[in-house]
Design a protein around this ligand. Structure first.
Ligand code: TXE
Length: 502
């Protein structure tokens, strides 16, 4: 097996060190632009998960007892180190998932904000409760949950991981991460950042491996106190069962089928630019990809013509090249899925207005490239309009009335994101309120911020990432009730004691 630059062979990260899997098994990491192996990491099993959980348990005895301010200091240092090392992280992320440089650089430049934000939350977030009668003082403490398990995907390896570990760490938990088998390199690299920042050994552990083996060992582990997953809805159901059996909280950010709802006052050029951005960024591999363009019939034909023309002009190429606008899909399996769905769409009677094939040329022959694809003549019931394809494919569906637009936007089993495009303020809010999705953008798409709650309605998930709510979900409340009275305390005496529950 050839290992190409950047050579990466670091096993797993447990108790502050890079070590090999106990059984010595390894997992190759492939560059999707040419199929070359760019790194080898550990393929962990239940023994390795057990070692990581034990390290996290040891670390929890002290980390769980630190103050919010102490944790905030370390997290702020980690944010600064990450800022310094961003070019290296950007390059590694591009190599492992194929996402193009202009996007990856923009996305990673924001990641340190999550550590700063949740560090600040740890420093400042306080709870008080109203006085409890005349005789009792009651206060609450937010205490960490313990050792938490994070299962993360490949589409935004560091951003999604950070959305989970920053609140978990800020709240005083310790963690074992099972990153995607496709993109374990940058999650492992983050171990170095935390070490330099002074995070105690064992707080952050990473055991790479496959879902049904390593992932299962983590999510079924009896001493994991919470699980947080970003992945497909099918995986969410499997892990939810584990969490149910162990009676532990489960946060899940799952699949999506986001619509862009375009009202007729949106100029055609804006409508097209918005759709290109919402649909094709990350080669369409995002949970909030604008995969359904729900557009008013009066502008439908002009939008489709211009959208198809512009989609054909998008520059595919080497994702490391700053001029490239669209990289390959992140794996062969993902491109197979896209090709399968394009065939399904044609069989269902939809019409290809753009793309629908791999790009021509030697430069693309070894990578998992696919052309930006636009389908018209789409009915809402078709599988290409209902199921998450997770690739550069957008379906266009016309509407006539506002009610119809809302029904279409809500007309899937998913409910993660939707964008509403109109200059009419009243209509924008009215439609947003009628949308059954966890995130609604007005005249924008894809925007995310550490302070802005993020998560799904319906089959798109449980719980929320980002914001104070995410921090709260990584704590449990302890209510301390103090009796302020000196009165005798003898419930069973005939004449004394406090005789009421309150
Ligand atoms: O995801 P998986 P895959 C959707 C998207 C995509 C589809 C399949 O539609 O086409 O899911 O992608 C781990 N126990 N999304 O197969 O399998 C797995 O190893 C424990 C949406 O890559 O869900 C990885 O670390 N863990 C999405 C993680 O789950 C298990 C992001 C996610 O992988 C497991 C990714 C098991 N039984 C895919 N099975 C989003 N919401 O952004 C798998 N895993």
């Amino acid at each position: 097996m050839t290992i190409h630059q950047p050579q990466f062979a670091r096993g797993m990260f447990v108790d502050g060190d890079y070590v090999d899997a106990a059984a010595g098994k390894t997992l190759p990491v492939e560059n999707p632009k040419n199929g070359e192996i760019i790194g080898v990491v550990a393929d962990g099993d239940a023994t390795d998960i057990e070692a990581a959980v034990q390290a996290a348990e040891r670390a929890f005895t002290t980390w769980g007892d630190t103050t919010g301010a102490e944790r905030a200091d370390i997290m702020e240092r980690a944010a600064q180190i990450l800022r310094r090392r961003l070019p290296e992280f950007v390059s590694l992320e591009i190599d492992q998932i194929g996402r193009c440089r202009r996007e990856m650089a923009a996305q990673l430049s924001r990641v340190p904000e999550w550590f700063s934000y949740f560090g600040a939350v740890a420093r400042t977030h306080e709870d008080t409760v109203p006085p409890f009668g005349r005789t009792h003082l009651n206060y609450t403490r937010r205490v960490p949950i313990g050792v938490v398990g994070h299962v993360t995907p490949w589409n935004h390896p560091i951003l999604i991981l950070t959305k989970k570990i920053a609140p978990a760490m800020a709240a005083g938990n310790t963690m074992v991460v099972k990153p995607s088998e496709i993109a374990p390199i940058t999650p492992l690299m983050l171990g170095e950042v935390f070490k330099e920042a002074g995070l105690p050994n064992g707080v952050y552990n990473v055991v790479p491996g496959y879902g049904p083996t390593t992932g299962l060992a983590l999510t079924s582990h009896p001493r994991i106190r919470k699980i947080d997953l970003t992945g497909g809805t099918a995986t969410g159901r499997v892990i939810a069962e584990m969490a149910g059996k162990n009676l532990i909280p489960f946060t899940a950010e799952l699949g999506g089928k986001a619509s862009l709802v375009m009202f007729p006052d949106t100029p055609v050029e804006r409508c097209v630019a918005a759709t290109l951005f919402a649909s094709f960024v990350a080669t369409g591999q995002t949970c909030v990809q604008g995969s359904r363009l729900v557009v008013h019939r009066s502008i439908h034909d002009r939008v489709v013509a211009e959208l198809s023309r512009r989609a054909d002009l998008i520059r595919l190429g080497d994702p490391q090249d700053p001029a490239t606008q669209l990289g390959p899909l992140s794996s062969k399996r993902q491109r197979d899925t896209v090709e399968r769905y394009v065939k399904i769409g044609l069989d269902e009677g939809a019409t290809l207005a753009a793309g629908g094939k791999r790009p021509d040329g030697e430069a693309f022959s070894r990578g998992y490239y696919y052309r930006p694809t636009v389908f018209t003549d789409v009915k809402n019931e078709m599988r290409i309009a209902q199921e998450e394809i997770f690739g550069p494919v957008v379906v266009v569906i016309p509407f006539d009335t506002e009610e119809e637009a809302i029904a279409l936007a809500n007309g899937t089993e998913f409910g993660l994101g939707t964008s509403v495009w109109t200059k009419d303020v009243a209509r924008a809010h009215r439609v947003a309120h009628a949308i059954r999705a966890g995130i609604v953008w007005i005249n924008d798409h894809h925007r995310i911020d550490p302070a802005s709650p993020w998560g799904g309605f319906k089959m798109s998930g449980l719980g929320r990432e980002n914001g104070l709510i995410a921090y709260d979900e990584y704590t449990q409340i302890q209510s301390v009730i103090v009796n302020l009275s000196d009165a005798a305390f003898d419930w069973y005496s005939d004449d004394g004691g406090e005789k009421r529950y309150s």
